[in-house]
Structure formats: structure tokens, C-alpha cells
Design a protein around this ligand. Structure first.
Ligand SMILES: C[S@@+](CC[C@H](N)C(=O)[O-])C[C@H]1O[C@@H](n2cnc3c(N)ncnc32)[C@H](O)[C@@H]1O
Length: 239
């Protein structure tokens, strides 16, 4: 039966949506409404603002995934050249609507960040990747990070929910369906390292309490933000 369903799916060419590629229609429209203003959201804004202090005014920043453009005010405060990439046109449409005139300061493209990025090597001073690599398996997350590293000159601001070491044990981290909330911090550091990044700073966002302002408790995860620096010591050995 399982084989038959598999064959049928193959024949009709059905491709399941990649994890994370679900921010369309109502999900996109309600994205901000469901999160903006929550303590977690504000904390995240504060941490990104703090990490942006490491960049000179006028730096070039790429925000992947751009989503609703939540950090644009912070980038504009620093007179940054703003680039964004997101797979969902619906999310970018929300950004266009909520940002108004400010959107015209952003070069945003609709593209898949699991594929090669359409930018030159070392093009950006900063990449901000917020609420993204959580969706992927270790090997795909690594592929994404290596490509981010290619287009980056300097530092990456990223956030990931790591596994609370006191929570129920999960399987082999390399075989997780999605790393978000499941990856132990040691394995996350290994992922960063194998992708060519060194850790500079870490901030705690939420320790297993409320997830946005949707009343959802999840004590198994600890949401953290990291400031990473492109490592040049392993250079071309990354593949
Ligand atoms: C949880 S939202 C985060 C958006 C924004 N960074 C934020 O913090 O609000 C996840 C975003 O990832 C985008 N996304 C999912 N898969 C993607 C992919 N393969 N390439 C680019 N963007 C993707 C979605 O469209 C959505 O906008």
C-alpha cells in the first residue's frame, strides 16, 4: 500500500512543500498580528539591534529570510544598504504594505535560500538570518550556511532554538528532520564550525517559556541568538 501511494505521488509529480515554505495567504497576513508586541518579539528586536552595533554605519546587509521586514527600521537607523530574500511573495507583500515608503530602500527578491544565492562572493558586511535554519535538517542547514558564508565578508546574526539538556533525549542530531528545538548546543556549534563560522557572542532570547504571544509552552527548547564571524582559517576546504 505504502509503495503504491509512493508510486502514485511520483506519477502525478506531487512534491511536498519544503519545511518552512508555508508562509502564504492567511499565515502571511496574520504573521505580524500573532507575534508583534510580545515580550519575545521585543527581546528579539533588542538583541538584533545590539548585534548591529558591531557593524559600521552604511554597511551592506542581507536579511534571509526577509519575511515582513521586521528589522528594516534598525537597518535604516544605521544607514545600511538593505537586501532581502524570501521564498514567499505573500510575506514580502506584507513587508511592502507595513513598511510603506521604507520598502523602497530595500532590494528584496523572491528566491529559495536552499539554492545558490544570486550574489557575488564577499558581497555583504552582514547577514541576518532570523527564524530560519530551524526548519532544516543538519546537512541542509549546513549547505545554507556555507552559501551564506560565501556571500558574506564579515559577520552573521542568527537565531536557533536549541534543545534544553534536561528535556527528553532526541535522536542522532545528524538525522533530525529539523534542527529547531532539537539540536543540542554542542552540535549547533559543530554545525557553525563546519560551515566556516566562529562564535563571537551569544544571547538568550527565551528559556523554554512562551513562544511568541500564542500561548504555547515548550520547556524543551531554549531560543538563543548568535553573532558569528566568518572564519578564514579553513577557507576553501569547506564543501
Ligand atoms: C518564521 S518566518 C521568519 C521571517 C523573519 N526572518 C522573522 O524573523 O520574522 C520564516 C520565513 O522563512 C521563509 N522561507 C521558508 N523557506 C524558505 C526558503 N527555502 N528560502 C527562503 N525563504 C524561506 C518563509 O517564507 C518565511 O518568511
Amino acid at each position: 500500500m505504502k509503495e503504491f501511494i509512493g508510486l502514485l505521488i511520483h506519477k502525478i509529480g506531487f512534491k511536498p512543500k519544503q519545511t518552512g515554505n508555508t508562509y502564504y495567504k492567511e499565515t502571511a497576513k496574520k504573521y505580524l498580528q500573532r507575534r508583534q508586541g510580545s515580550a519575545k518579539w521585543e527581546k528579539e528586536q533588542g538583541v538584533v539591534k545590539e548585534f548591529l552595533k558591531y557593524f559600521a554605519d552604511g554597511s551592506r546587509v542581507l536579511d534571509i529570510p526577509f519575511g515582513t521586514g521586521r528589522f528594516v527600521d534598525l537597518y535604516l537607523d544605521k544607514k545600511m544598504s538593505i537586501y532581502g530574500l524570501d521564498i514567499s511573495k505573500d510575506m514580502v507583500d506584507v513587508a511592502r504594505e507595513v513598511l510603506g515608503e521604507k520598502f523602497s530602500h530595500c532590494s528584496v527578491i523572491i528566491a529559495d535560500a536552499t539554492k545558490p544565492l544570486p550574489y557575488e562572493d564577499d558581497y555583504f558586511d552582514a547577514v541576518v538570518s532570523w527564524k530560519f535554519i530551524k526548519f532544516f535538517r543538519y546537512d541542509i542547514a549546513k549547505k545554507i550556511l556555507i552559501e551564506i558564508r560565501r556571500v558574506l565578508k564579515d559577520k552573521l546574526i542568527i537565531n536557533v532554538a536549541i534543545r534544553n539538556p534536561d528535556a527528553e533525549i532526541v535522536d542522532d542530531p545528524d538525522n533530525l528532520k529539523a534542527i529547531g528545538g532539537n539540536i543540542y548546543e554542542d552540535d549547533l556549534m559543530r554545525l557553525f564550525n563546519e560551515s566556516g563560522f566562529n562564535l563571537l557572542e551569544k544571547r538568550l532570547i527565551v528559556d523554554g517559556s512562551k513562544i511568541s504571544n500564542i500561548d504555547e509552552e515548550n520547556t524543551s527548547r531554549i531560543i538563543c541568538a548568535y553573532l558569528l564571524e566568518k572564519s578564514y582559517t579553513i577557507g576553501d576546504t569547506i564543501n
